[in-house]
Design a protein around this ligand. Structure first.
Ligand SMILES: C[S@@+](CC[C@H](N)C(=O)[O-])C[C@H]1O[C@@H](n2cnc3c(N)ncnc32)[C@H](O)[C@@H]1O
Length: 251
């Protein structure tokens, strides 16, 4: 079983939660949430969608800290079951972001995506569905990897597929947002922060070796360490970056 798990599988996210000591599968954990939401005023009544919520740690952090009444949606049902068990005050549902448009037409005041877009093959389809699920004037916050150009030619592989299958491409994401009903209001390059966060993550993977091996055997540990060491390498070399993009749903 362990030979075939990917980092976005239930087991992969469980290992990341263990290493990060919280239900987070994004770079920088709580520091990253604070950074991404720094310009979003706290409003406990805001209908806030955490799209691709994983195990729910980010949804919980945002709701507890007054950013809104959070709904978490993720395509992977085991993570949603875990999130429901851990955070009973939050509404979670299993589903594909691409199907949220009709179901929630015009409902959400804000949408967050923490390291999710890179895992979605069709960015335009997902962002169009989120635009449909958001009310005019709603805020979108994307926190993700960004390819400065050329990353795909030397992509890190996980099994037979790309580890970070579809990172946003600098210069292209603004057009995709524009074509799907969003206007970009801000962009912040956080590559330096990513390097620091992944250096810390690789250190923690080494520290938690025994715990990771208990979940995924020695082979699983080597695989996790190898993937995140490679990721740290491409971030250091500037072949991949990180960015926060803020956008507003056009009327
Ligand atoms: C790296 S994890 C990040 C999880 C969470 N945002 C966090 O920060 O802890 C990426 C998540 O996106 C989810 N995902 C990928 N494609 C999706 C889709 N089309 N619809 C909903 N969720 C999706 C995966 O199941 C996974 O939980």
């Amino acid at each position: 079983m362990t030979a075939s798990f990917t980092m976005n599988s239930h087991l992969g996210k469980r290992i990341l939660a263990l290493v990060r000591e919280g239900n987070y599968a994004h770079a920088g954990e709580e520091e990253a949430i604070e950074l991404a939401l720094a310009d979003l005023p706290r409003d406990g009544e805001r209908a806030l969608l955490d799209a691709g919520c994983g195990r729910g740690g980010t949804a919980d952090y945002m709701q507890k800290n007054g950013w809104g009444r959070v709904t978490g949606v993720d395509i992977e049902p085991d993570s949603i079951r875990e999130a429901e068990r851990a955070y009973p005050d939050i509404r979670f549902e299993a589903g594909d972001i691409a199907d949220l448009g009709q179901r929630y037409a015009g409902y959400f005041d804000a949408v967050t995506m923490f390291n999710v877009l890179y895992a979605i093959p069709d960015h335009a389809r997902a962002l169009a569905a989120l635009a449909e699920a958001a009310r005019p004037g709603a805020t979108l916050v994307i926190f993700d990897y960004e390819d400065p150009g050329g990353y795909a030619d030397h992509a890190i592989m996980e099994g037979g597929a790309g580890f970070l299958a579809n990172p946003m491409v600098a210069g292209r994401i603004a057009d995709i947002l524009d074509h799907t009903g969003w206007s970009v209001t801000g962009r912040c390059d956080i590559t330096d922060a990513y390097v620091g966060w992944y250096r810390r993550l690789v250190d923690r993977i080494r520290t938690r070796r025994a715990d990771i091996e208990a979940l995924a055997q020695a082979e699983g540990y080597e695989r996790v360490l190898g993937l995140y060491s490679q990721l740290l390498g491409v971030l250091r070399e500037g072949r991949l970056g990180g960015a926060i993009i803020r956008a507003e749903r056009r009327a």
